[in-house]
Design a protein around this ligand. Sequence first.
Ligand code: MD3
Ligand code: FE
Length: 214
Amino acid sequence: MSDLFAGQAQDARTELAAQACVLHGFALPFEDALLAGVADITQAAPFRHLVTPGGHTMQVAMTNCGTFGWCSDRRGYRYDRVDPQSGLPWPSFPDAFLHLARDAAAQAGFDGYLPDACLVNRYAPGTRLSLHQDRDEDDRVAPIVSVSLGLPATFQFGGFARGDRPVRVPLAHGDVVVWGGADRMRFHGVLPVPPGRHPRLGECRINLTFRKVR
Ligand code: MD3
Ligand code: FE
């Protein structure tokens, strides 16, 4: 390895688009704190399978932390300050969550990022998330920071129309993806998670997505 890359792997970062990049392994130093944070959050606000407005139960199990949580039911999609299952505010961000989200955003060129929501997604093997846009946030420019934990998966990075053919991006435990500005409204999804067992998380993939809702 040349001096230019001393101390840092040469493939530490992959550019996906002008304002979207993968920071490979960026979350690994935060691993223990992140897993402890997920355990705390899910004790207060357990994973659940939301029902879409169309009446379908989502394959991905979800919960939230932060000021706002993403909710879905027969009435529609929205962000709410309260967990409808408990009637209580969502658990606040564990310190390590905010720290990681701010560091990753800054690394990707978004200084001063202050997310107010974090959606926690859990995928069992075979679970997929079909192509969609994230359009329930008032702020459609602030970045979304996504942290992959557990089983690897293939992310679909699409265009601005549903029909645009997506690019496949492999994501491993500890990878962080940051998307903002012009690339914030791209269609995206996750292909079915292949079977496997992760040493720390078992038969599951967990994804944290930090957002600025308001
Ligand atoms: C790409 N989650 O929760 S990362 C979601 O891995 C979601 O659980 C996926 O899509 C997951 O909505 C993908 C998050 C993500 C969020 C917004 C994006 C990826 C994005 C906006 C533009 C492009
Ligand atoms: Fe999304």
